[in-house]
Design a protein around this ligand. Structure first.
Ligand code: SF4
Length: 252
């Protein structure tokens, strides 16, 4: 199959269930469901686990997640009877970064925050994607400007041309929550505390009424896009070189 522009458009009218069923049939265990246990990821796990008992689910543990996320991860594992593959950042990179720039470097500048996201999220994701042919994510187009152009099925040029699948691309937030309520899908406990987007504990807060749903992410960076690099190339680019330098620094 050729994942060119035609194929990208081919799935646009399909339901999430149709896209997931097709992807499972196409790739089986070489298809990975990436989740941070937010509402969209839970919808995908719920849909897919009803089609295949042993779906491949993975997550990135940055080492800075909320305690509630760890508890919820266990709840999800038990609820669906699935394994969740957990990927950690590289020890040497974290040691070097924290030793030279501090544990909370992300508050210093956008560049420092990007470094932390690269070490703790982007690099482990690359490892998680090794051995996969395709990955499924919970992105939606109305989550922000940088996500407006995503397709339900597209080639992921940031990750060696893997196929990236966003079955919920055209869903609204209301549709996600309607599915969760209708199907009794477990939900992350921080939603009940006013969070609308959940990431690392020091970089996520609850939002105030009227604020944008991603306003609670890196809230001190009022003028930047609200992305960590998992789904959007970091502004600084060359993160591979950045990581090499951190390890070199640690080793020297
Ligand atoms: S969200 Fe914050 S703590 Fe998590 S990886 Fe990015 S900068 Fe680091």
């Amino acid at each position: 199959m050729n994942y060119d522009q035609d194929l990208q458009n081919y799935f646009e009218a399909d339901t999430p269930e149709t896209v997931i069923a097709w992807a499972l049939q196409q790739w089986g265990s070489r298809l990975g469901f990436c989740t941070s246990f937010q509402a969209e990821g839970m919808v995908l796990i719920d849909m897919a686990s009803k089609m295949k008992a042993d779906i491949r689910v993975f997550t990135i543990d940055t080492g800075r997640l909320h305690q509630e996320t760890y508890a919820f991860m266990d709840q999800v594992r038990k609820h669906y009877g699935i394994d969740i593959q957990v990927y950690f950042p590289d020890l040497l990179q974290v040691e070097s970064m924290v030793s030279t720039q501090g544990a909370n470097l992300f508050y210093d500048s956008v560049a420092s925050r990007t470094t932390c996201c690269n070490v703790r999220k982007v690099a482990p994701l690359r490892r998680a994607l090794e051995g996969l042919d395709a990955w499924v994510v919970g992105l939606r187009r109305d989550q922000g400007e940088s996500r407006r152009g995503i397709r339900k099925v597209e080639k992921d040029y940031e990750h060696d041309g893997l196929v990236k699948i966003s079955p919920l691309a055209d869903w609204t937030r209301d549709e996600v929550w309607s599915y969760i309520k209708t199907h009794n899908v477990p939900q992350h406990p921080l939603y009940a505390q006013g969070y609308t987007s959940i990431g690392c504990a020091p970089c996520t807060r609850a939002i105030q009424p009227g604020e944008d749903i991603r306003a609670g992410r890196w809230w001190w960076e009022a003028t930047t896009h609200k992305e960590c690099g998992l789904h959007y190339a970091p502004e600084t680019g060359s993160y591979g070189r950045q990581l090499e330098l951190l390890v070199d620094k640690k080793a020297s």
